[in-house]
Design a protein around this ligand. Structure first.
Ligand SMILES: [Zn+2]
Length: 177
């Protein structure tokens, strides 16, 4: 299927009645809650709307996106690719939402229309780690570099302390002043 931009707003109940499906890309730059870093690229979205046997309007599908995060250990860039299965049940109010929460992640719609971008942003946010970090050994190139730098510094300080001429040189300098 040819890639196309998805609409900014959707009417979930109507889409469910019509058993519509949506497929396309949503710019991540619009989803400002994902990270402090400016985002590029698109979330690839594939969604199917319908009513289940119980008469619950729902949306099922898949979202994949690569989000640019920052590792909280080494503070270096950390792109994270998410592949999420999405299943939302739509409700008109909190009571309905409670009823369908056993089967679906409930989504309460206060209006007929909802921003598709925000809906998908919420789903991506649920899939992001609370504290993004590289895998256990993923930070090592940077950590080892800084460790090596620290060791070098310590060795240099030791060498300065051990070298009496360095001290004398320092004294000479002071005398000259
Ligand atoms: Zn890291």
């Amino acid at each position: 299927m040819a890639k196309r931009q998805l609409p900014e707003f959707i009417a979930p109940f109507k889409l469910a009645r019509q058993r519509q499906s949506l497929q396309g890309g949503l710019p991540l730059a619009r989803m400002s809650r994902l990270a402090d870093e400016p985002q590029q690229g698109e979330a690839e979205v594939r969604l199917e709307f319908g009513y289940d046997d119980m008469g619950v309007p729902h949306m099922r599908g898949h979202v994949s996106a690569t989000v640019q995060l920052r590792c909280q250990r080494c503070m270096d860039a950390m792109p994270l690719t998410l592949d999420l299965d999405v299943e939302l049940g739509f409700a008109m109010n909190d009571e309905q939402a409670r009823e369908l929460s056993a089967m679906y992640e409930p989504c309460v719609l206060s209006e007929d229309h909802v921003s598709l971008s925000e809906l998908i942003e919420d789903e991506i946010l649920l899939g992001l780690p609370a504290v993004p970090m590289h895998a256990e050994d993923g930070c090592q190139p940077w950590l080892e570099q800084s460790r090596a730098e620290q060791e070098l510094q310590v060795q240099e300080e030791k060498a300065e302390r051990k070298n009496p001429f360095a001290v004398l040189a320092g004294m000479d300098l002071k005398k000259d002043k």
